[in-house]
Ligand binder design. Sequence first.
Ligand SMILES: [Fe+2]
Length: 383
Amino acid sequence: MAFALCLPQISLSGENALVDLVAHLLNKSIRRPLIVTEQALLKIGLLDGFISSLRDAGFSPVIFDGVLANPTDKVAEAAFSAFQTSKCDSLIGFGGGSAMDTAKAVRAMAANPDKSIYSFEGIGKVGKVGPFMVCVSTTSGTAAEVTSNAVITDTNRKVKMVIIDSALIPDIAVNDPSLMVGLPAAVTAATGMDALTHAIEAYVSVGAHTLTDHSALAAIKVIAEYLPQAVANGKDLKAREMMAHGQFLAGMAFNSAGLGYVHSLAHQPGATHNLPHGVCNAIMLPVVCEFNLPVKEARFADVAAAMGVDTRNMTTQAAATAAINAIRSLSEQVGIPAGLSALGIKQSDLAGWVEAAQADPCSGCAPRKASNEELLALYQAAF
Ligand SMILES: [Fe+2]
C-alpha cells in the first residue's frame, strides 16, 4: 500500500513568521476569522500586534478566549457557538495544543453542524473539510499546527477523545519563536518532552516509513540538544527557534507514522487528573520504551545516537539501553517528576485506566502489543 504523507499546505517557520501570515491570508476568500485562544495569552498582549495587523489589512477578527488546558467538550461547543453566532468564515487557533485542538474541534463541527463532538472520536469520522484554518503555535511540543489530531475531553466519561482525520490538518501552520520566549520553564520542559515522545513513538511505530524516519531522527537530535537550553534560558531565541523546528519535524513524522502506548497511557491521567500532557508522556516514555526494546532494538540504538550517545563501540543492545538512560536523564535535567505518584495519582487509580488506554487510537501503531495486564504493569512501573 502506498504511504500517505500528510502536511499543511503552507508552513511558516522562524522569527517573524506571524508577520508573514497576514500577507498569506490576503489572497484567501476569508474576512472574519474566529481567533481561538486562551485568556492568559490575550492578557500578556501576545496577540496585540497580530490582531492590529489583521484589522489594518481589512479583516474583522472575532476572539474566543475561553480555551482551557485539556480542552473539554463544553469548551469546544462554546467555541463553535461563538463561530456560528459571530458568522465567522475561518478559524485561527492561537496558543498551545489546547487552543489549536479547540479550533480543530470547531472546524469539525462547522463541517458537520448536525453532528455532536462525540461522533468524531476515532479515525476518519470527520469526513468533510470545514472552514479555512490557520494554527499558530506558541509552545514547542504538541505540533497540533501540523497534524490531523485533536484531543478533546468528554466530561461525562472523563476520557480524552482522540479525533484523527486529515480534514483537521490546518491550511497554514505558523511557528514563530518570538511568540515562545515568555513560555515558563515548566511548560517548555513538558511540551518539549511531548515533542521528543512524538519523534520516538513515530520512529518505532508500525507505521514508520522512510519518509518519516528522517524527520523523526532529526527531531530527536534537535530536541535533545536544545531542550535543556530552552528550559534554562527561555529568552534564548536560537534555542527557541531550534525547539520550534524540532517539534515541527516530530509532528511531520508522527502525523503520518502514528504514535503508540506512551500517548495511550498518558491520555488517561491527563483526563482524570487534568495533568499536563507532556509531563504524563515524559513519565511514561522510558517505561514504554523498555517494553518495546526487544522488538525495536536497532531503532532504539539509532535513538541513542541521535540523542548524542557515542554508540560506536557498543553492541546494538547496549546502545538501545543507552537510549532509555538518555531519555531518563534528559527528563530529569529539565525537571520532570520521576513518577506518576508525584502528580497526586494513587495506586488505586491505575487499573481503571487500562481499558481506555487499550482502546485509545494511538495504541494501533504500538510496535509491541500489550495485554491489559501488561498495560497495568507499565502504569505500575511508571508509578
Ligand atoms: Fe503528544
